[in-house]
Ligand binder design. Sequence first.
Ligand code: BEZ
Ligand code: FE
Length: 290
Amino acid sequence: MRNFDEDNITQAVLDSLSGCAIPRTRQISEALVRHLHAFVKEIEPTEAEWAGAIAFLTRTGQMCSDTRQEFILLSDTLGVSMLVDAINHRFEEDTTQTTVLGPFYVEQAQDFPIGSPISRESDGPALLVEGKVEDSRGNPIVGALIETWHADDRGFYDVQRDAGKSALDMRARFHTDQEGRFWYRSVVPAAYPIPNDGPVGAMLDAQGRHPFRPAHVHFKLSAPGFETIVTHVFIDGDPYLDSDVVFGVKDALITKLAKTDGQVSPGGHEVASDTSLLTYRFVLPDKPRN
Ligand code: BEZ
Ligand code: FE
C-alpha cells in the first residue's frame, strides 16, 4: 500500500477495513470513510480551513462538562438529532409524534400528586396543563409515568438559574389517574436561545442563524407495554415555530393556549380568569410483540 493520491486513497482506506470481524462496525466504518472522503473532495479545504475544523471540534469537546453537552447541541443544530429521532420512531401516524430530548432533562425530578403547582420560583403568567394519555385504540392508559419540564416566562430552565434559587423547578413526574388523565399548574414558558456562548453559538453566528427555540413544554411518557415517547407541546403563535434552531417542530405538536374565562376548566379544575390552558391528548404506540 503506497503512492496514494486523490483517486485511489478512498479505496485504499476501505480495503484496510476488510479484516474487521464485526459486521456493524465494518458497515459504519466504510460509510464513514466514503462520506467523509466525498465531503473533503467536494469542499476541497485549504490546510488552514482543515486545521480550523479540527480546532472547532477540539473546542466543542473542551466545552463539554457534567452540565453542558456541546456535541449534542452540535448534533441538534445540524438536524442530526431529529434525523436519528425520525429513523427510530417510524410509528403509526395517529400516535404522538416525537422530538428531541434536549439537554435540560433531569432524571431525578420530584414525584407530585396530580394537580400540584410545579413552579415555585417564577411569578410568570399562570398556566394550567391538562393531559390525557391513551393507547391507539382510544383506551385510557392508567398509571402512565409523565415526566414534564419547561422554561420560565423569561426563557430560563431551573438548571440555568443563579445559585440560591430552588434547585429543581418547573419540572415534575406524575402518574395518570383511572381515566388516563393528569393535570398540573405552572407558568407559561417563553421562547429561548439554546446555550450559545460556545463553539455551536459561534457556528450559528457564522451561518447567519438565530439560536432560538419556540416556546414549548417537554413531556416524556412511559407505561409498561407501550413505546416511550419523548416529545414537546409547542405553543401556537410563537414567532420561532418555522425556524426552530434544532428543527424539532411538527404541526401535530402545536397547540393553541386557551384563555379561561373564569372558574372551571374543560377538565373540571378551578382557574382564575387570566390562566392559560394547555390541553393535549397523547397516544402511545404499542410495543411490538416479539
Ligand atoms: C430544549 O428544548 O430544551 C433543547 C433542545 C435542544 C437543544 C437545546 C435545548
Ligand atoms: Fe426545551
